[in-house]
Every structure is written in structure tokens, then in C-alpha cells.
Design a protein around this ligand. Structure first.
Ligand SMILES: C[S@@+](CC[C@H](N)C(=O)[O-])C[C@H]1O[C@@H](n2cnc3c(N)ncnc32)[C@H](O)[C@@H]1O
Length: 228
């Protein structure tokens, strides 16, 4: 059973087989679907009380495997993350920063200047831009200004509407071959859920993790196996 009903529109975006178009909801909105894989949880309040905090320990294991893989391939050089450091210890950002040295460049994008300021350290090679992740050209210019043209790990964890995640996906244009994408919140939010389905297997080896974990937001990974 699909959690969200959508039609598949023709795609002009690299790496996506189709553009999802929700049939019952607005593609610009984010919400948590009040339908679960089992009937144990039937209302949103109950779920909110039980669900794991933000980026869970199991999510961290998935991210750690990507980091270890890149390190083993000697390509843990540049990380781009959309959605930065909002959840303290339950944060993908904190986990990345704790697992990198200054040899790896971290670039974060978030609308909230305070969150960017919280990670920014030229000494540690941690950078960030406070802007809407829709601002593709501005962000690309910023990335280039840091001497970067390609990224190795790309984390999508910003605004979880379908339209926004499709826009965010465009940064995979600069993802290196054998580099990884990690999308958070693939279990219940419309953008990550639907865009995961759209990822083209001709270009990516993709996997959904923790999908059967009722109380986890879920993560998906996609490894680029062919250049656009
Ligand atoms: C779920 S939090 C995740 C942050 C981080 N990955 C973590 O684990 O702490 C989502 C973040 O995305 C940011 N955000 C929401 N919409 C955005 C947009 N359109 N552009 C940039 N950032 C956005 C929010 O300010 C928020 O900090």
C-alpha cells in the first residue's frame, strides 16, 4: 500500500524517473501522514509521543555506514547538508561533525541564520549559508566560492514537501560518482517518501532503511552508480 497517492509526471530532472504529483494534497506542503503500516497507532498524538527523537540512533548507524564507505574509498572530502543542526544530540549534523576531521569540508544550508552560526568554523572546515534551499544558483555560487565543484555526501533534511525535495534533489548534479545521498524522514513525510520512489535505478543504487520501524522517521540512501 502506498502511503501517499500521486501521479507520475514527466521528469526533466537528472536522476528522477518522474516528478511526483500528489493527488489529494498540496505539493508545497509538509505534514505527517496519519496512516501507519500497522493499526497499532491510529492517531497523530499517540505517534508523536512514541516516535524516536529526530535523527535516531538507528539513523546514525545508516549514516555511519555511508561515512565509513567514503572513508574507505578515500573520498570523504565534501559534505553538503540541507537542514542544519536543529536537534542537538539527535541531529544528523552533530553526528557528521563528530565523525569528521578538518580534512573534510562540511557545507550546511538552512533558512535559520542562528543554526548556520552554530556550526560555522573556518578552522574546522565547516561552512554554511543561511538561505532557502530553493536558491540553487546562489548556493552553487557559494559552494564554488569555497573551492568546491563536487560533493561526496549529500543529506536532504530541510522542508519535506514534494516540490521542495524535488528542488533539493537538483544538487545531485554535483554529486561524485560513488557518492551518497541520504534522505531523512522517508517513512511519513510526503517529499522524502515520494521522491525516494522517483529515484532512477539506472543512476542510483537505492535502499529504504527502517521502513518497518513504526516509531522511526526513516532514512533512505542512494549511491550514484552512473554519471548523468
Ligand atoms: C528537521 S530539521 C533537520 C536539521 C538537521 N538535519 C538535524 O538533524 O538537526 C529541518 C531544518 O530545515 C530547515 N529548513 C526548512 N525549510 C527550509 C528551506 N526551504 N531551505 C533551507 N532550510 C530549510 C529548518 O530551518 C530546519 O532547521
Amino acid at each position: 500500500m502506498k502511503l501517499f497517492k500521486y501521479e507520475e509526471l514527466k521528469s526533466n530532472i537528472n536522476g528522477l524517473k518522474f516528478i511526483p504529483n500528489l493527488l489529494e494534497y498540496d505539493n508545497n506542503n509538509d505534514w505527517i501522514e496519519n496512516v501507519y503500516m500497522s493499526n497499532i497507532v491510529t492517531n497523530i498524538n499517540e505517534k508523536h509521543q512514541k516516535i524516536t527523537k529526530e535523527f535516531s540512533e538507528k539513523n546514525k548507524l545508516v549514516l555511519k555506514a555511508l561515512i565509513d564507505d567514503l572513508k574507505a574509498k578515500n573520498m570523504f572530502n565534501v559534505i553538503l547538508e540541507i537542514g542544519v543542526n536543529r536537534s542537538g544530540e539527535h541531529s544528523s549534523t552533530q553526528f557528521i561533525l563528530n565523525n569528521k576531521t578538518k580534512d573534510t569540508k562540511y557545507i550546511g544550508i538552512d533558512m535559520q541564520p542562528g543554526l548556520i552560526a552554530s556550526i560555522y568554523s573556518e578552522q574546522q572546515n565547516n561552512y554554511g549559508l543561511a538561505t532557502d534551499s530553493s536558491n540553487y544558483d546562489q548556493i552553487l555560487k557559494y559552494i564554488n566560492s569555497l573551492g568546491v565543484s563536487k560533493i561526496d555526501l549529500f543529506i536532504i533534511d530541510g522542508w519535506h514537501s514534494v516540490n521542495q525535495v524535488v528542488k533539493d534533489w537538483k544538487f545531485t548534479d554535483i554529486l561524485n560518482l560513488n557518492g551518497h545521498v541520504l534522505m531523512h524522514d522517508t517513512n511519513y513525510h510526503p517529499g522524502p517518501y515520494c521522491v525516494y520512489e522517483a529515484i532512477d535505478e539506472n543512476y542510483y543504487k537505492k535502499e529504504k532503511h527502517l521502513f518497518s520501524e513504526l516509531y522511526d522517521w526513516g532514512v533512505a540512501t542512494a549511491t550514484k552508480i552512473k554519471n548523468y
